[in-house]
Ligand binder design. Sequence first.
Ligand code: NDP
Ligand code: X2W
Length: 346
Amino acid sequence: MNTINAAIVGASGYTGAELVRLLINHPNVTITAMTADRKAGMRMADVFPHLGGLNLPDLVTMDNVDWSNIDVCFCCLPHGTTQEFIASLPQNVRIVDLSADFRLKDIEEYRKWYGDKHRAPELQKEAVYGLTEIKRDEIAKARLVANPGCYPTSAQLPLIPLLKEKKIGTQGIIIDSKSGVTGAGRAPKEGTLFCEVSDAIHAYGVGTHRHGPEIEQGLSEAAGENIFVSFTPHLMPMNRGILSTIYVTLADNVSVNDIRTSLQNTYANEPFVRVVEEGNSPATRHVRGSNYCLIGVFADRTPGRAIIVCVEDNVVKGASGQAVQNMNVMFGFEETAGLTQQPMFP
Ligand SMILES: NC(=O)C1=CN([C@@H]2O[C@H](COP(=O)(O)OP(=O)(O)OC[C@H]3O[C@@H](n4cnc5c(N)ncnc54)[C@H](OP(=O)(O)O)[C@@H]3O)[C@@H](O)[C@H]2O)C=CC1
Ligand SMILES: CC(=O)N[C@@H](CCC(=O)OP(=O)(O)O)C(=O)O
């Protein structure tokens, strides 16, 4: 069997730990290197006791990795820290970058939203946006895949097919998203303290969140014209999960049933994206711990409008699961390898 060696850079964070959970059961992958910053020098079992007993390499700093036998690097670093590191990797290493550093095609947009000049513009040109169901053919050939953000995955999977098929209007798209706190990463910050997030919900980045332009980039490409969306994320007192409620205008002579059928047809042969039965409302607990994305389609009481509800696990389909799915496509493995866990319900 074809087997490859994987490095996880930033393995002591939430997405890194999730990659270990998924890859440890992958038939074609051996984890041969794992890095950390503050936690370098520690054993994975000491950072994450649930990942003990798995014969994993110890956590080292990035400059202590021997890249000579590594085939794929999963890069789980904070955005802004990834560009120079990826540029320094040997050419034979293929990369799935979970950060936002290579997602925006226009480096001026990157500067505007991330507040810094892009430091690897040549690499940016070759990066392929890793929304697997939409970009599969390009991902198969890519050396560098920019894994999508968690909110953009939940917004683009339902909206891209509908815009491509001109089933919905290009104006007035509203994306109201809620996320679990793991979306903010494991590094301590005031905003993710228990007292700040428990027993309440709040909107943040209102009108200014950096996932707005990432969503618009994908939707504009699908529609063939510039699209602007209203996108508001909310932080929920839960560990995992994203639920996006999306409000759209139906195109002329298109019904709610038409858009449900259109999404059902688009995703009929996709292992991880499913349109739920009419009347069912998908919940984050229906995808928890899995790589699935569930989509529900409803009529709005406002004539000519529809409401789409999309759920995913932000750490799986919104990050590490989609990263493994992309790696499977890049190396010609079974696309579902390592990803067959059913959701953990309730
Ligand atoms: N969490 C999520 O749901 C999602 C996250 N992402 C993106 O994935 C990336 C990783 O996220 P997540 O795992 O949540 O983040 P965490 O904060 O949980 O983990 C970050 C990791 O990077 C390491 N690290 C931090 N700073 C540096 C540095 N300067 N040099 C080297 N290593 C460093 C940390 O090491 P140490 O702990 O030892 O300091 C840790 O291993 C981010 O870019 C995030 O935006 C994307 C989609 C969803
Ligand atoms: C709850 C929470 O804080 N979520 C993060 C997004 C997580 C994600 O997808 O982030 P990247 O684009 O950084 O990869 C945020 O709003 O910044």
